[in-house]
Design a protein around this ligand. Structure first.
Ligand code: HEC
Ligand code: HEC
Length: 408
C-alpha cells in the first residue's frame, strides 16, 4: 500500500514538473521586444549601444544635477522600455503671442516647457499667468530613429512636391527651423538660408537627434550638458533656480552615447505578417490612401554607420507636417508648424504601444484616443477625404485594417 502511494506521488510530481513550462509565463518572443540594436553593428558600436541603453534607463539623482525642477528623472520615465509614454507622464509646452503677432515661447518665464516637479525644498514651476497657448504631448516610441535621421532632406522635398502636385487635398510641408549653435550639418541636410528642415518631435521642430537629446536632458530632466550649460529657469523662484552642481552636469560622453543609442535602436519585426486578415488589411490601408501620408517605404542615404547606410525601410511616415483639422488644433506654433499641423507619426511599433502604456493604447499627440478607431476618426483637415473612405468600410474590413495596424 505504502509503495503504491509513493509511486503515485512520483507520477504526480513528474506530471507537475513536465507541465511547468505551460504554467510559467513564457519569456517574451524576441520579435516582441523593441530594445534591440539594429543588425550589423561592429563590436565597438555594440558596446557603445549598451552604454547608451544604460544611460537611457538611468535614474538621475539631485547630486548629479537633477534639479531643481524637472518632469521625469530618466528618459525611460516617459519613453517606457523605448516605447510610447502614458498620458500620466505627458508634458506641457506653453507660450503666447506678443504685440507684433510673433509667437513667444516665454523663455524668460521658464518656457517653452513646464517642469512641474522639483526636489525637496524647491518650488516646482507653475504655468505663468500670462501664458495663453498650450500644447500637451505624450512620449512617442523612439525606435528606428537612426533610419529616420539618415533620410536625405531631398527625399522629403520630393514628397512635398509629389503630394502637392498629384494628391488631391494632401499638402504636406517641411518645418524650417533655425539650428542650435552646436548643430553639425551632414550631407543629408539642405540649408535654406540659415534654416534647416526639422524632422524630430511631433511638430518636426528638431533637426537632428543631438538637438532632441540635448533639449530632452535640459527640459525634461533638468540636466545641463556640454551643449547647453544653463539650468532651466523657474520663474516662481527667479533668484534661486540653479542647483549646487557645477555645470555642465553631463558631458559630451553621456550625450554622444544617448544619441548613438537613439540612432541604433532597431525597428520591431512585424508580427502575424502572413495572416490573411493582415494581408487584406494592408491592401485596404493602401487603397484608402492612408499611405499618402503614412508612406510605407523610405531609403536612407549613405551613413558613417554602415548598418544605417543605403537601407530600405518601412516606417509609415513621410516626416512631413499636415494640417489635421480643427479638433486636433492646439493653436501652438513651432517654427513653421501651425496649431493644427502635426508631423505624420511613424506607425511602426503600433501593435506594441499598449505594452508600455499599461495595457491600454493611447494614440495621437496627447494620447486622447484610446482605440485605433478613435485615432482614425479624429483625423480631419488634409486627411478628411481619406477618412470618408474609412467611414465607408464594413465592420469586417475595419477589423482587417486594425489587424494590419497591430502587426506593425
Ligand atoms: C517628460 C517625458 C519625457 C522624458 C523624460 C524624455 N522624453 Fe523624449 N520625448 C517626449 C515627448 C513628449 C516627445 C515629443 C516632443 C515634441 O513633440 O517635440 C519626445 C521626443 C523624443 C524624441 C524624438 C522622437 C520623434 O519621433 O521625433 C527622441 C529621440 C527622444 N524624445 C529621446 C529622449 C531621450 C534620449 C531622453 C532622455 C535624455 C528623453 N527623450 C526624455 C517625452 C519625454
Ligand atoms: C493627411 C495625412 C494623413 C492621412 C491621409 C492619414 N494620416 Fe494617420 N496621422 C497623420 C498625422 C499627422 C497623425 C498625428 C496626429 C496627432 O498626433 O494629433 C496621424 C496619426 C495616426 C494614428 C495614431 C498614431 C499614434 O501613434 O498615435 C493612426 C493609428 C493613424 N494615423 C492611422 C491612419 C489610417 C488608418 C489612415 C487611413 C484611413 C490615416 N492614418 C491617414 C496623418 C495622416
Amino acid at each position: 500500500m505504502k509503495q503504491i502511494n509513493i509511486l503515485l506521488l512520483l507520477v504526480i510530481m513528474v506530471f507537475i514538473f513536465s507541465s511547468c513550462e505551460s504554467i510559467l509565463p513564457k519569456a517574451p518572443d524576441s520579435s516582441d521586444t523593441i530594445a534591440e540594436p539594429i543588425e550589423g553593428l561592429t563590436p565597438h558600436q555594440l558596446a557603445f549601444f549598451m552604454e547608451g541603453d544604460e544611460l537611457f534607463a538611468k535614474i538621475f539623482t539631485p547630486d548629479e544635477g537633477l534639479v531643481p525642477i524637472f518632469i521625469q528623472n530618466a528618459c525611460e520615465g516617459c519613453h517606457v522600455g523605448d516605447g510610447k509614454g502614458h498620458p500620466f507622464n505627458k508634458l506641457t509646452r506653453f507660450g503666447k503671442y506678443d504685440e507684433d503677432g510673433n509667437f513667444d515661447y516665454m523663455l524668460d518665464q521658464g518656457g517653452p516647457q513646464l517642469q512641474h516637479r522639483s526636489i525637496n525644498n524647491y518650488l516646482p514651476e507653475v504655468l505663468p499667468e500670462n501664458a495663453t497657448h498650450f500644447s500637451d504631448r505624450i512620449a512617442p516610441i523612439v525606435i528606428g530613429m537612426g533610419l529616420l535621421a539618415s533620410v536625405d532632406d531631398q527625399t522629403l522635398l520630393d514628397l512635398v512636391e509629389l503630394q502637392n502636385n498629384e494628391m488631391d487635398g494632401i499638402t504636406g510641408k517641411v518645418n524650417y527651423v533655425l539650428p542650435n549653435d552646436f548643430f553639425l550639418s551632414e550631407d543629408i541636410h539642405i540649408d535654406s538660408s540659415g534654416y534647416y528642415i526639422g524632422r524630430f518631435g511631433k511638430k518636426a521642430s528638431k533637426v537632428t537627434l543631438l538637438d532632441q537629446v540635448v533639449f530632452a536632458l535640459k527640459q525634461d530632466i533638468g540636466l545641463t550638458s556640454d551643449f547647453d550649460t544653463e539650468d532651466p529657469i523657474n520663474y516662481v523662484i527667479a533668484s534661486n533656480t540653479s542647483d549646487g552642481v557645477p555645470d555642465p552636469e553631463v558631458g559630451s560622453d553621456v550625450v554622444n552615447r544617448l544619441v548613438f543609442y537613439m540612432r541604433t535602436l532597431k525597428s520591431p519585426s512585424r508580427r502575424n505578417e502572413t495572416d490573411q486578415s493582415v494581408i487584406d488589411g494592408e491592401q485596404i490601408f493602401k487603397d484608402m490612401g492612408c499611405v499618402k501620408c503614412h508612406v510605407q517605404t523610405l531609403t536612407t542615404a549613405s551613413s558613417e554607420i554602415e548598418a544605417l547606410s543605403n537601407k530600405v525601410f518601412h516606417p509609415y511616415t513621410d516626416l512631413l507636417l499636415h494640417d489635421m483639422g480643427m479638433s486636433l488644433n492646439d493653436n501652438y506654433r513651432e517654427g513653421n508648424a501651425k496649431g493644427g499641423e502635426w508631423r505624420t507619426p511613424p506607425l511602426w511599433g503600433l501593435g506594441l504601444a499598449d505594452d508600455s502604456q499599461g495595457g491600454i493604447g493611447y494614440y495621437l499627440h496627447d494620447g486622447r484616443a484610446t482605440s485605433l478607431e478613435q485615432a482614425i476618426e479624429m483625423h480631419g483637415g488634409e486627411a478628411a477625404g481619406v477618412i470618408v473612405n474609412y467611414n465607408n468600410l464594413s465592420d469586417e474590413e475595419k477589423g482587417k485594417l486594425y489587424a494590419f495596424l497591430m502587426s506593425l
